[in-house]
Design a protein around this ligand. Structure first.
Ligand SMILES: Cc1cc2nc3c(=O)[nH]c(=O)nc-3n(C[C@H](O)[C@H](O)[C@H](O)COP(=O)(O)O)c2cc1C
Length: 209
């Protein structure tokens, strides 16, 4: 709680946010008391590129998918499909998915989840913008954070051969594989490479461009 108070006080002094000024302090404290856990989870998640061969139980896979299912989507269209390629249950599918990326570390992950977008189901704005990718990004990050909360490693993979992956999954025309998420227990010697983030000063604007 001390941590959150310090955080809010910092915000108060550095950012003239109306929302914070307008909210009763105790109400604010109650509403954000999960913030330290959330912040810790967001800090602990990293792109894991070395997995142990320990299988991941079906319940764990379903738990992360259940968290992904709760993600918001434009007009609540939920235009997504999760294909689970488990090395132990379906080695051929796992190998075919891994081959579309071609990196040994990904092949070693016990589970590969392909998150595909269904363009024909997604919301398109009046100007035609297709929101499939936005929805897929949100649900996928729910999945990754849920995995981190269970001690499981993940990594976003988009640099795959799209044709090859679509063929491996037998995707209909309106279904696009958007991201592969390896899921597994991080190897004991899995290292987290330093990936510094931009500071708030660099990315937050309180005025127009
Ligand atoms: C949309 C997207 C695509 C990515 N594609 C790949 C990829 O193909 N291969 C890879 O090794 N990492 C990929 N990454 C992981 C990023 O390199 C990584 O998230 C970033 O460097 C920050 O590091 P961190 O996840 O450890 O915090 C991707 C991440 C995102 C969000």
């Amino acid at each position: 709680m001390k941590y959150v108070r310090r955080y809010v006080n910092n915000l108060r002094t550095s950012s003239p946010s109306k929302t914070l000024y307008d909210t009763d302090y105790n109400t604010l404290m109650e509403s954000i008391n999960a913030y330290p856990q959330f912040y810790r989870l967001a800090t602990e998640r990293y792109s894991c590129r070395k997995y142990s061969s320990r299988p991941v139980d079906r319940e764990m896979v379903l738990a992360v998918l259940d968290a992904a299912r709760l993600a918001p989507s434009a007009c609540n269209k939920q235009p997504w499909v999760f294909t689970v390629a488990d090395k132990n249950l379906n080695p051929e599918l796992h190998a075919a998915v891994a081959a579309s990326y071609g990196r040994e570390w990904a092949e070693e992950a016990p589970v590969l989840i392909v998150v595909s977008g269904i363009h024909s189901q997604a919301w398109h704005r009046a100007d035609g913008k297709d929101h499939t990718d936005v929805d897929i990004a949100i649900t996928t990050e729910h999945l990754c954070l849920a995995a981190a909360s269970l001690g499981l490693g993940t990594c976003w993979i988009c640099n795959f051969d799209r044709e090859r992956l679509s063929q491996a999954l037998n995707c209909p025309d309106d279904v696009e594989p958007v991201v592969i998420i390896p899921l597994g227990y991080p190897a004991d010697d899995s290292v987290r490479s330093p990936r510094p983030r931009k500071s708030l000063d660099e990315i937050v604007r309180w005025e127009k461009f």
